[in-house]
Design a protein around this ligand. Structure first.
Ligand code: NAP
Ligand code: HSE
Length: 438
């Protein structure tokens, strides 16, 4: 049997070009890379100038031609979007070809269907690049941390928004200008709304949650708030109070719910969150991501590194190709999969109702600049059993005052009821910000 492995790339953009560049320069890397032949590449526009030198005869505008090419053993999907990416992945599986993909939106929505088809066909679908860019987090969750009962996975898992928030905090940079820089650097999704509205992070926490807790959750039910409406004054106030603001994704196991005894309830959310300056996530800046995994018996481990960009993401894609290449060299495909690498679901999980979950909160009210308003807000929180850590008036003028409250951990249902009641208090004009707080 030939030891050479034919690679078909679907996409030659930021990630695809990074993958091609690694495959073209095997010297000094793992020797298996020299056995990989890049035989076919699908693009949308054959005439576009590419950042790497290529034999143009391997380019095609037909992704189906890449999947169906008998010289292609492994299909690498780095084109993005849901369709036709999903159909092409399923087509490759049906043809008995393993797939490597960086596409979190497809995996978060169709991961179960794809995994079932791959298991039936005896092929792998590997997704290291779908979460955390170059950070190894998928394989550690599938393999190295397999002995643990995971309690919580949390972190900064979108490079674009972390880059924007870092530059806003460090330089007072303009949001739209920094977003354009993130696009130019190849960090942002084709539609950057996926980044700034928190949707990309929600896709990624859905994937991490499935691996950490053993079962899929309803991607569309994840509470998701992005940074597009975050105001720079909240970043400034957070700084004054000793915090940074990060787009934080969290998946946490909860106490079993008697009405769902056979399924594990999970609190899963994505939202801008105040992170205390001495917290390990506070120093994660720029395009870097970090994922904290908390489990028994390991305690807490943090995975840190570049969360987006051509080289780091290609590093993760090629690692997956090498995993498949290594197994192929060990034994020819016989339909039996390595259960750790294939990672199928082993438990039922469901999203807990947000009202039943709890967190610390940062809220900012606009009020009249009048005596007694802070006292009335404080009493109203107390009446709803919301314990306050700090309440400060940060700006006051004839036009009004700004009151910022940080709570202790409190049920989201209690918090919503308190905010509704505070809205009706005389002198309270509006609730202008509500963020999470670690
Ligand atoms: P990109 O720069 O927009 O590249 C997409 C590539 O796919 C382009 O080469 C495009 O062709 C090709 N393409 C798109 N639709 C096609 C179609 N219907 N037929 C043939 N070719 C098609 O995207 P990217 O940033 O590399 O991202 C690719 C995937 O990786 C996405 O799923 C993304 O979420 C994921 N990802 C990206 C990063 C990152 O840092 N960028 C990190 C992790 C994961 P043309 O070049 O001719 O337009
Ligand atoms: N747009 C994504 C991000 C790419 O900024 O994190 C990496 O998945």
């Amino acid at each position: 049997m030939s030891t050479r492995i034919g690679i078909g790339l679907l996409g030659l953009g930021t990630v695809g070009a990074g993958v091609a560049s690694i495959l073209q320069t095997p010297e000094g890397r793992h020797p298996l890379i020299a056995d990989l032949d890049l035989v076919r590449i699908a693009v949308r526009d054959r005439n576009r100038t590419r950042p790497i030198a290529l034999d143009e005869s391997i380019l095609t505008t037909s992704p189906e031609a890449v999947v169906d090419d008998p010289a292609v053993d492994v299909v690498v999907e780095v084109m993005g979007g849901i369709e036709p990416a999903r159909t092409l992945i399923m087509r490759a599986i049906a043809a008995g070809k393993s797939v490597v993909t960086a596409n979190k939106s497809v995996i978060a929505r169709h991961g179960e269907e794809i995994a079932a088809a791959a298991a039936a066909a005896g092929v792998y679908v590997l997704i290291e690049a779908a979460v955390g860019g170059g950070i190894p987090i998928i394989e550690p969750l599938k393999q190295s941390l397999g002995s643990n009962r995971i309690q919580r996975v949390s972190g900064i898992i979108n490079g674009t928004t972390n880059y924007i928030l870092s530059r806003m905090a460090e330089e007072g940079a303009d949001y739209n200008a920094v977003l354009r820089d993130a696009q130019d650097l190849g960090y942002a999704e084709a539609d950057p709304a996926a980044d700034v509205e928190g949707l990309d992070a929600a896709d990624k926490i859905a994937i991490l949650s499935g691996l950490a807790f053993g079962g899929p959750i309803d991607r569309n039910g994840i509470y998701t708030a992005g940074i597009s409406t975050l105001q720079s004054r909240d970043v400034d106030y957070a700084t004054q109070l000793g915090y940074g603001v990060k787009l934080l994704a969290v998946a946490e196991s909860m106490e079993p719910d008697p009405s769902h005894p056979t399924s594990l309830p999970l609190a899963v959310s994505v939202q801008p969150t105040l992170v205390p300056n001495d917290h390990p996530l506070a120093g994660v800046n720029g395009v870097n991501n970090a994922i904290l995994v908390e489990g028994d018996p390991i305690g807490r481990v943090m995975f840190y590194g570049p969360g987006a960009g051509s080289g780091p993401t290609a590093s993760a894609v090629v690692a997956d190709i090498l995993n498949i290449a290594g197994i192929r060299q060990l034994k020819p495909a016989d339909g039996n999969l390595d259960p750790l690498l294939a990672a199928s679901s082993w438990r039922a999980c469901h999203l807990a109702n947000k009202e039943q979950t709890s967190q610390r909160n940062y809220v900012r009210f606009k009020t009249e600049n009048a005596p007694g308003v802070i006292g009335r807000i404080g009493s109203c929180f107390g009446d709803h059993n919301v314990s306050i850590q700090s309440i400060v008036q940060l700006e006051a003028s004839d036009a009004g005052a700004e009151i910022v409250v940080i709570t202790h951990v409190v049920g989201n249902g209690q918090m919503s009821a308190a905010l509704k009641a505070i809205h009706a208090i005389e002198g309270v004009l509006s609730l202008d910000a509500h963020l999470g707080c670690l």
